[in-house]
Design a protein around this ligand. Sequence first.
Ligand code: AMP
Length: 431
Amino acid sequence: MSKNTEPIRSVKGTRDLLPSETALWQRVEEEARRVFAAYNYREIRTPVLEQTVLFARSVGADTDIVMKEMYTFKDRDDESLTLRPEATASVVRAYIEHGLYNEGGIHKLYYMGAMFRRERPQKGRYRQFYQIGAEVLGTDHPAIDAEVPEMLTVFLERLGIDEYALLVNSVGCPKCRREYVKALRQALERVKTTLCADCQRRVNTNPLRVLDCKVEADQSVIEKLPKILDHLCPECRQHFESVTAELKERGIPHQISPRLVRGLDYYTRTTFEITSDVLGAQNALLGGGRYDGLSELIGGPPTPGFGFAIGQDRLVLAVEAVGRLKSHVALAAYIAWMGDSALAPASRLARDLRREGLSVEIGYEPVKLKKSLGTANKLGARFAIIIGEGELSSGRFQVKDMETGHQEEVEPARIPSHLREKLAAAGEPGG
Ligand code: AMP
């Protein structure tokens, strides 16, 4: 049998993020951590693998995610496991499993990580994608439904994204939704035959999902269907009015979007989405809402909750499109040494600078000065530190500013602080 030596490629819908891209991903994550911490969120990390039943019960058995998109498999002991398609259910499961509710008060948790959905891959849509999200557990106060979008606008602002729309809606509580679904189903029965096959099926299984339909020909019919906002019970109406008043009070522009029911069943009351035209066809940057009944669905105590998930892949695309965020990871110095006796002091200096947190590169092959300076240039080093015989005997190394060409002699022990001062004066990282 001949050996197969064909190159092995990554799985469809997954991708490698190369160093030229990860710098921006890290910047986005750093900003998220900073802004979320300012709003008192703390990080939670949950497993990528969960029992399938967790998603069937929370996301909903008749959603696209559960019916068509999950990576579900039988483990060797026959247990059905699923690669998480989203993280809210996992966070709430962890909250219940570890009895965080016993601590009382409000829990604000955030997460970042890979999610998996078997969708048709295209720009901005992948089978392994990344979400940055957060959950507030333990309060149904409408101010939270406005504080969270406020935090998101602060976050987007810090990333330089200012062209987006915040859409909000209320999907009511199980009580008023039942009434609404009845009215919706009746209206749908009358127009059913004019809708796509998926929608015809949804009329029976989950009529709310018709409102998410993207089929162009269905749109004019869907626009005329009854609106959930006209069917809210007095408590849900009051909640929604408080949320929109809070948003106004905080100066957060928003549009009411009565069709925004989102693709997951656990939502109650407020739903919201932020879209951005810089993204093209996949324009949903993030989405979320309230899910006051979710904890009970998965066996926990009644716990109101509110959360969102940002599509990090799309967020990075938007940040790139806007181009205001610098993600350049600068190399502070390249160490150019000449002659065998210079290698040891050069390595020591590299270690000392790196200990100080400065980013430094050194080559270990003996090469001529010109070649070393060429490498320093190629790597974008801000300074080159030159160590040859002359420098060793004088005890002072040459520090060359690669931008201005200016060169000065500095004692090795002073080089770390010297570089820091220069970088700080230029407002560069590491200074
Ligand atoms: P959802 O969990 O469906 O509410 O999605 C929240 C956000 O995740 C969306 O607004 C998208 O930005 C992002 N997202 C969802 N599915 C995908 C996917 N297959 N590929 C990339 N991003 C996604």
